[in-house]
Design a protein around this ligand. Structure first.
Ligand SMILES: [Zn+2]
Length: 138
């Protein structure tokens, strides 16, 4: 994380958002949030969702068994208020393993820390591939 929140004993300012995900999806045991430049850039260059289709790495996401799948990652606007972000994101998360906050970062989750890490790392790789594809297509 690039931003040091100071006192390591102080909970993240985004704790409430993490808790909303745990409460909405009881099977979720780990929620990760990162501010990687690649996902922030993709979020800024996209509309209100990022649909990924046809990539082999989609199979790294829970419940996806084939590269022929399509997964849509919601993108919500950034806000100082976690309640505002949560209200925008939560109704859109039932079919997604993650969401993006525009100009901010990526949330991903799973039934374990390993699964949540796999989701976040796969989406960051897919974001790099998406932006490379857009660059080459012009
Ligand atoms: Zn953040």
């Amino acid at each position: 994380m690039l931003i040091d929140s100071g006192d390591p004993r102080r909970p993240s300012a985004e704790t409430a958002l993490h808790l909303k995900i745990y409460r909405a999806f009881p099977e979720v045991r780990s929620v990760l949030h990162r501010h990687a430049a690649i996902s922030v850039g993709l979020g800024r260059a996209s509309g209100d969702a990022w649909t990924i289709a046809g990539h082999e790495l989609l199979k790294a996401l829970p419940g996806v068994a084939t590269h022929e799948a399509s997964v849509t990652i919601p993108i919500v606007e950034n806000d100082k208020g976690m309640a505002v972000i949560g209200a925008a994101a939560m109704p859109r998360l039932a079919a997604a393993p993650a969401f993006m906050i525009r100009s901010h970062g990526l949330y991903g989750w799973g039934r374990s820390i390993a699964e949540a890490e796999r989701v976040v790392e796969a989406l960051e790789w897919l974001a790099e591939a998406e932006l490379a594809e857009r660059r080459y297509r012009g």
